[in-house]
Design a protein around this ligand. Structure first.
Ligand code: NAD
Ligand code: DAU
Length: 350
């Protein structure tokens, strides 16, 4: 039986990866390590929490002694590292936390893997999950490929870029068997409502203004979260050590178009007359240093590992809306308490 550590498994993407691995690989023991920050939520994993091959450990990847002891205890065969501070806006108001978790946390995991495997790396794997934001911002044309030079422009993306570089450095210096993937914007169930789609959903539902930064012209490449989890499964099992794989939805949307589509779906689902939700769209002060456009070229993973996105955007968006409508209690729970303060600070002065 292999023992695999998934960090950040109580977060948005991590919970989908944990669910996939626990259900698909009964002969793996999946250990989910998560600090349960504001973004981590064990309710995301209610359906699998009692499975025999699943264990949750609460802990902080920044705490080196704790991490070393965890690796001594479990003797992991593989690590899928998702734990991170992940929200660009929070990195603008409080960058330091991003340095601790995203950089110090990653090096603690790299060191613990190297030490625990005692330089015998056969059948071992360290998989670092990263983002397309490390490549910077595109103009109107072009795509990010795996060899695009890094050009991070927010504290979040700079911290992720640093952790990518460290991971790659451990491959070149120590031959640690690492693999990295850089993915575009994910959407789907269990996403915390600080990110555009669930935040807009929540506001539309409650008849509150939907804040669009700047003119809404910024472009993101959206991928349904289960498609990302499937790519992670394939890369973990079939990726080549030392390689990077770009993952994307081939689905570029301006923020304004995306929110208009969401409003149309919400009008139908909430039985509002056409155009009602769209009236909530409100243009607000732009994000500082707002990257204009991200677009991923995922030819490499499609050709070499035979992955492709399966969920069409319109279908995925509708599935997402249905999930949030059916999981009102989940949304209520995460938007009470500290979320209210976050929202006030982030939006009321915009
Ligand atoms: P998230 O914010 O929803 O979840 C992050 C999880 O990490 C939370 O459960 C949190 O409690 C945990 N965590 C934070 N700090 C920790 C610490 N110090 N120790 C242990 N656990 C800690 O993030 P997400 O959107 O699911 O993103 C997961 C990963 O995927 C991140 O590495 C992110 O950079 C990357 N990524 C995200 C996207 C996206 O669109 N969301 C796209 C590409 C890559
Ligand atoms: O590209 C991958 C990245 O996607 C991940 O690495 C990050 O972890 C993830 O948070 C996401 O980053 P973005 O900054 O692109 O996502 P966010 O949902 O915060 O914003 C999407 C776009 O919408 C962006 O152009 C900013 C804009 N926006 C966002 C919010 C929260 C608004 O216009 N209004 C908002 O209220």
């Amino acid at each position: 039986m292999k023992t695999i550590l998934i960090t950040g498994g109580a977060g948005f993407i991590g919970s989908h990866v944990v669910r996939l691995f626990v259900n698909k690989y009964p002969d793996y023991k999946i250990v989910n390590l998560d600090k349960l920050t504001y973004a981590g939520n064990l309710a995301n994993l209610k359906d699998i929490e009692k499975k025999q091959n699943y264990e949750f450990v609460k802990g902080d990847i920044v705490d080196k002694d704790f991490i070393d002891k965890l690796f001594e205890k479990y003797k992991f065969d593989g690590i899928i590292h998702l734990a991170a501070e992940s929200h660009v806006d929070r990195s603008i108001t409080n960058p330091t936390e991003f340095i601790f978790t995203n950089i110090v946390g990653t090096i603690n995991l790299l060191n613990a893997s190297k030490n625990s495997w005692k330089d015998n790396f056969e059948n071992k794997r360290f998989y670092h999950i990263s983002t397309d934001e490390v490549y910077g911002s595109l103009g109107k044309t072009g795509h990010f490929v795996e060899t695009t030079a890094y050009d991070p422009r927010s504290p979040y993306s700079a911290s992720k870029a640093c952790s990518d570089h460290l991971t790659r450095a451990y491959f070149h210096t120590y031959k640690l068997p690492v693999v990295i993937s850089n993915c575009s914007n994910n959407y789907g169930p269990y996403q915390f409502p600080e990110k555009l789609i669930p935040l807009a959903f929540n506001n539309i539902k409650n008849n509150k203004p939907v804040p669009i930064y700047g003119k809404g012209e910024n472009i993101r490449d959206w991928l349904y979260v289960e498609d990302h989890a499937n790519a992670i499964d394939i890369i973990y099992h079939k990726g080549i050590n030392g390689e990077t794989y770009n993952i994307g939805g081939n689905n570029e949307q301006t923020n304004l178009n995306l929110i208009k589509k969401l409003c149309e779906i919400m009008d139908l689902k909430l039985k509002r007359s056409k155009g009602t939700s769209g009236k909530l769209i409100t243009f607000v002060k732009d994000r500082a240093g707002h990257d204009l456009r991200y677009a991923i070229d995922s030819t490499k993973i499609q050709k070499k590992l035979k992955w492709k996105p399966l969920v069409k955007f319109e279908k995925g968006l509708e599935k997402t809306v249905d999930w949030y409508l059916e999981n009102e209690a989940w949304l209520k729970n995460v938007t009470s308490g500290s979320y209210q303060n976050y929202y006030k600070q982030q939006y009321l002065k915009r």
